[in-house]
Every structure is written in C-alpha cells, then in structure tokens.
Design a protein around this ligand. Structure first.
Ligand code: DC
Length: 230
C-alpha cells in the first residue's frame, strides 16, 4: 500500500480542463485541490469592487497598497465535492467566473506584488503535500519540485467552445466570438508577461485533450499519478 503523498502540479492555457482533471484526481486520491486561478480572479473581483480597474484604466498602485485588505480562503462544499473560494469571508465562487472578471484577470495576474502574495499563500497551502494545484506557474514557480507535473493543451477553438457552453449553461449572455477573443487574449498576456509567464516546465508531461473524452483523460492522468506513487 502506498502511504507517501505527492504534489501534483497542473498548468496550461485557460479552459484546457485543468480544474476538471484536478478535481477528479484530488477526489480519487483524497488530496486537497487548490484552484489558483480562483485566487487571481478573487483579487480581480476586489479590484473591480474598489473601482480600480475598467476598460480604460488600471490603478496598479491603488491595488498594491490595498493588498493587505484582501483575505482569500477556501471552504469545502460537500454538496459540490470541492472547496469554494471566499473573499473576505464572502463566497464569490459564482461572481469570479463571469466574462467581465475573465477580461481583467490577466492584467491583475501580471502584477508582481499580487503574484508574490498569492504564491506565498499557495506554497503554504501545499506544504504538507497531498495536494493537486492547478494554474499557470505551479510546476515552474510555486512547486518546482512537484513529483508530477502536467501541462494541459487544446486548440483555442475547442477551449472557447467549452467555455462558451459553460457560460451559456449558467445563463450568461455571451457570444462565441467574444469568448474566443478572450481565450486568445489571455493566452497572449499569460505567456508574455515578465513575471512567471506561462510555460511548460522541462519535466512536465504534456497532455493535449482536444480529442480525449473526460474518461480517457482521467484514466491517462490517474495512471501517471499511480506510476509516480509506485
Ligand atoms: O485558470 P483560470 O482561467 O481561472 O485563471 C485565471 C487567470 O489567472 C489566468 O488568465 C491567468 C491567471 N493565473 C496565473 O497567472 N497564475 C496562476 N497560477 C493561475 C492563474
């Protein structure tokens, strides 16, 4: 029987299904799941609530001086089977998934002071191992020594279709073209920013799930996790 626990880092472009596979893995292994994108989205929501960002301007200094007023936490929801994100004690799981938050989040995530603060918190949450963490810099910056690193990819069109279906499914009014544009814009900003740009860690295993079913993907990734644990 395997008793040792490992750290599983899952990185990749937006809407590549990182959180789906991370949740499945965490549930199966009895590990903690941490959605680091939700943390950057929480800071973005805070920035919007304080009117520090809109289409024309972004008061970076204003945000940086208020970073200590932001408290992000996760609370497990047994009905959903995963931990929901809270901003200063308030459940914001639904608010952070809008296209409006998505349209600002890459700009907020490019600020080094924001990254420093969140990375510190992420390292703290995963220090006992037994964690599946997904994001953009988990295998490169947050846990460069993770035992298993995955890098998820899929075509921009496939990803936009998935995201569009998800947003429509929950009643949001969006067009496919807007969603595709957002996916492409975020790909560009996330992989070209100066601080911790999205890139595949040298020892990460790339998984293109454009043509994989959820079951096929889970089987493949679970096998990799089990091989790592053996
Ligand atoms: O995974 P997501 O789409 O919810 O992430 C939202 C944004 O946050 C994404 O565009 C880039 C940023 N992000 C990041 O820079 N680093 C992470 N570890 C996770 C997300």
């Amino acid at each position: 029987m395997t008793v040792q626990k490992i750290t599983i880092a899952i990185d990749g472009f937006s809407s590549t299904g990182k959180s789906t596979i991370a949740k499945q893995l965490a549930k199966h292994l009895g590990y903690i799941y941490v959605d680091t994108g939700a943390m950057y989205r929480a800071v973005t929501l805070f920035t919007m609530q304080k009117s520090l960002i809109d289409k024309e301007h972004f008061d970076v200094l204003g945000l940086v001086t208020k970073l200590n007023d932001i408290e992000i936490s996760f609370k497990f929801n047994p009905e959903l089977g995963f931990a929901e994100v809270y901003l200063n004690g308030e459940n914001i799981e639904k608010e952070i998934r809008t296209l409006e938050v998505s349209s600002f989040v890459s700009k907020v995530a490019a600020i080094p002071e924001v990254r420093y603060q969140l990375v510190k918190q992420q390292q703290q949450m995963g220090k006992g191992k037994g964690v599946v963490m997904d994001g953009r810099d988990i295998g490169t910056v947050v846990f460069p020594h993770a035992e298993l690193k995955l890098f998820m990819t899929a075509s921009a069109e496939k990803r936009a279709t998935r995201r569009f279906d998800e947003l429509i499914g929950r009643g949001d009014v969006v067009t496919y073209e807007d969603v595709l544009r957002n996916v492409q814009e975020r790909d560009y900003i996330d992989s070209h920013r100066e601080d911790s740009p999205l890139r595949k860690a040298e020892d990460a295993i790339e998984i293109d799930n454009s043509d994989l079913t959820l079951e096929e993907q889970f089987e493949k990734v679970l096998q990799l996790a089990q091989d790592t644990l053996d």
